[in-house]
Design a protein around this ligand. Structure first.
Ligand SMILES: [Zn+2]
Ligand SMILES: [Zn+2]
Length: 105
């Protein structure tokens, strides 16, 4: 008599990336400041430099990153690499993660 091991389903391990439904909920919540692919705001007084939408540092475009959530162009220190979003969205995301809305009302 042969006993076959059953394939036990492993519980879902938490992933570091944003949950898709959470991401979508946030996308509804956050109004994008710039469309994806839209350029950042130019600094009128210095050529080739652009504003970080969060701290207003001026940087060349290659040092700015666009938030995939709100479209803000931000500098490295205003960007959350983990989720590819800006620190502002990351703050909202953290609120959502710790306090996920129970339902729609
Ligand atoms: Zn910044
Ligand atoms: Zn953002």
């Amino acid at each position: 008599m042969t006993i076959w091991k059953k394939n036990l389903q492993k519980p879902d391990e938490p992933k570091p990336a944003v949950k898709t439904n959470l991401y979508l909920a946030l996308k509804k919540e956050i109004k994008p400041l710039h469309g994806q692919g839209e350029p950042p705001e130019k600094v009128p007084t210095s050529f080739g430099r652009y504003y970080c939408d969060l701290c207003n540092t001026t940087l060349p475009i290659e040092e700015l990153r666009q938030c995939s959530m709100c479209g803000r162009w931000v500098c490295d220190s205003c960007f959350t690499n983990e989720y590819y979003i800006c620190n502002s969205c990351n703050g909202i995301l953290k609120l959502y993660m710790t306090n996920e809305p129970a339902g729609s009302g």
